[in-house]
Write a protein that binds this ligand. Structure first.
Ligand SMILES: [Zn+2]
Length: 143
């Protein structure tokens, strides 16, 4: 269990089978145990590589060809929210700096948060629109 998982684990009361835990830790929507991605988020050269099949329940993550193209709508929404927050902070707290500052800060945040946006847009899209039901049978061996 990674440090991030331990932090999330301590934040949630129904850790092992909650959808919140599964999304935060990029787990499979069917078993909520198997990792969707092969490498950790902070592995900047491989953060985008994900398993074709769930290592626990063999669910095919790429449900149909091009399924994850739809994740761009999720990442677009996440970026719009991020830009809104950055605009608000710069405008209100930093008293409306030059236009170039807005561009530089937004570009920097986009670059730094790229792995997070990439991963969570796919995870949220699969959990929300993948049509996969949670199967608690895969949890039996944990109890
Ligand atoms: Zn699974």
């Amino acid at each position: 269990m990674s440090r991030f998982e331990i932090i999330v684990f301590s934040m949630s009361s129904h850790i092992t089978d909650s959808v919140r835990f599964a999304i935060l830790n990029a787990k499979c929507p069917q078993c909520r145990r198997g990792n969707m991605f092969k490498y950790k988020l902070w592995n900047l050269t491989k953060f985008y590589k994900f398993h074709i099949l769930c290592p626990v329940c063999n669910l095919r993550f790429d449900i149909e060809p091009g399924f994850f193209i739809g994740a761009m709508y999720i990442s677009y929404a996440m970026i719009v929210i991020m830009v809104g927050i950055i605009w608000f902070v710069l405008y209100v707290i930093f008293r409306d700096p030059e236009f170039e500052v807005y561009i530089a800060v937004i570009f920097s945040f986009n670059l730094v948060l790229l792995p997070v946006l990439f991963r969570y847009s796919r995870v949220i899209y699969l959990h929300a629109f993948g049509g996969v039901k949670y199967n608690h049978q895969f949890r039996k061996d944990l109890k």
